[in-house]
Design a binder for this molecule. Structure first.
Ligand code: BG6
Length: 507
């Protein structure tokens, strides 16, 4: 059944928990996420033999598809994978079903309940249900209400709901949404997903910090002078203008993915590795985070939007020329900002966050820059000694690297920076799973450790409130600077660091 199962190393290194009999119900099954991420992740779990034989996926959307049509659509969307693993796909697809459901239309939700009872009998799924809301965010609250009203969330041990991002649009709407979903289900049934937490390298931030003795003693304001967190993408808005126009990079990437990387980099060690201890620490550190200038937020944030770029033979459209985008749009596709964390560990250390679409490279990383040696005994070959840096490479080329000075060869005593690197690929010889593989498995296991709790989501929104309010009330104070596609964003983002005598790392 393909290399995944026959690679002894892969089987040997993994210690996987067993997913119990289960029906995964996907609302929004005709949407993009289902065939791009969810079904491929489930198929991967199937090929890794991690799904039990008592398993079913029930796709739900308004379209009147049959089971067979749903299977067909999924197979078409994953054509190359299906061709490569034809036999496995046939077995997997036998567990895919479809039911037309409109969560706003109670009779269809009642019918859904009946269909689930039937599937329990047919596939022996024993009433264990994971409901995945991959629908428009406007329907998260009413969707949970509809499921609760139909009695589908009444057993907290057997039913849970996974909610996609964005969870709210700002602090107030996130609080309100939390109130609504918590009236329908207990907090331990609610799984707010952030796919960055499913990435091996994001989880590795914790292991690197808390499974080694050498990092923690220096992981603080006494040794670290600044931290940069970057998530750069080469893609543009793709076909998602409808969503992105009202979201922008701040809501799409910063409030969730970058903030989660920030939280894992800065949190205290939990007493135990269990969901609540972990999430207590993340919530605590996010509650201590502040924009560098809360009262004048325009001083600590730069927004940008990609314009046309590329070459004459391969031109790249600017954001405003993308299909579905308002030609006068002021939605940002790039954000850079400076934060502080007001606690004993981090007081005074600047954290610089940046993300953007249509940048020259796809790359996510956390860069910790250490303070300079107190005395410079040696001349640096490059003119000035390079401060030590620890670079956590989230993607691609997953791993970590440490930069430090050594003696440059020759008769003098000059220093020169070198790298010590670790690569997942070289050390483990297998690609990491997509984030959704790990996260879907965890949801079906009922393990919320890598999911975001209500207080964390609220703290993350509260952190960016001064910026969101400014964009709403006085957008001219936070202008959207154009940048050429395939460049590293607007010059103003460089000035943000230059004011502190620093520069963005150019990988
Ligand atoms: C999604 C955003 O959450 O993350 C997208 O909505 C973005 O706009 C994507 O492209 C990036 O994820 P990854 O895993 O490719 O870094």
């Amino acid at each position: 059944m393909g290399s995944v199962l026959t690679n002894p190393l892969r089987v040997g290194l993994r210690q996987e928990r067993v997913i119990p009999p289960q029906c995964l119900v996907i609302f929004g099954a005709s949407g993009d996420l289902t065939h791009r991420k969810l079904i491929p992740a489930l198929f991967e779990l199937f090929r890794q033999r991690r799904l039990p034989s008592e398993f079913a996926v029930l796709g739900c959307a308004r379209r009147p598809w049959s089971d067979e049509e749903f299977r067909q659509k999924m197979a078409e969307a994953m054509a190359s994978e299906v061709a490569e693993h034809r036999m496995a796909w046939e077995q997997f697809a036998a567990g895919l079903f479809y039911e037309p459901v409109d969560l706003q239309d109670p009779p269809t939700v009642v019918r859904l309940g009946q269909r689930l009872d039937m599937l329990d009998r047919q596939r022996a799924t024993r009433g264990n249900r994971t409901f995945y809301l991959s629908v428009s965010p406007n329907f998260y609250g009413s969707g949970c209400r509809a499921l609760a009203a139909a009695g589908l969330l009444s057993d907290p041990a057997r039913s849970r709901v996974v909610i996609e991002k964005p969870f709210g649009r700002d602090y107030g709407s996130a609080q309100e949404l939390n109130r609504v979903v918590q009236a329908s289900a207990q907090e331990n049934q609610i799984f707010r997903i952030d796919h960055y937490l499913g990435k091996e390298t994001v989880q590795n931030i914790l292991v690197l910090r808390f499974a080694n003795t050498i990092f923690e003693p220096i992981w603080n304001r006494n040794y670290i002078s600044s931290v940069q967190i970057t998530a750069a993408e080469t893609v543009g808005v793709e076909e998602r203008a409808g969503y992105y126009e009202s979201s922008g990079a701040l809501r799409d990437m910063v409030q969730n993915h970058l903030t989660q990387m920030l939280a894992l980099t800065t949190m205290e060690a939990p007493g135990r590795f269990d969901p609540e201890s972990m999430r207590n620490e993340k919530a605590k550190v996010l509650q201590a985070a502040r924009l560098a200038n809360e009262d004048e937020p325009w001083k600590c944030c730069v927004r940008g939007q990609y314009g046309p770029g590329g070459s004459s033979t391969r031109p790249i459209a600017g954001y405003r020329q993308e299909p579905g985008v308002n030609p006068e749009s002021t939605t940002e596709t790039y954000v850079a900002m400076k934060l502080f964390i007001n606690n004993w560990r981090w007081q005074g250390v600047p954290f610089y966050l940046r993300t953007g679409k249509r940048l020259p490279k796809r790359l996510s990383e956390v860069v910790l820059t250490f303070r300079e040696a107190p005395v410079h005994l040696f001349d640096a070959a490059s003119g000035a000694p390079t401060p030590n840096q620890l670079i956590l490479r989230i993607q691609p080329d997953e791993g970590a690297e440490f930069k430090f000075e050594v003696k440059a060869p020759g008769s003098g005593m000059r220093s020169r920076p070198v790298d010590m690197a670790f690569s997942y690929d070289d050390s483990f010889g297998e690609p990491s799973d997509e984030g959704y593989v790990r996260l879907l498995a965890d949801a079906m296991l009922g393990d919320p450790t890598l999911y975001t709790r209500s207080d964390e989501v609220e703290a993350a929104w509260r952190l960016y409130t001064p910026l969101l309010e400014l964009i709403e009330d006085a957008p001219n104070q936070l202008p959207v600077y154009p940048y050429e596609a395939r460049t590293w964003g607007p010059g103003a983002a460089d000035s943000l660091l230059a004011e502190d005598g620093l520069a963005w790392r150019r990988p």
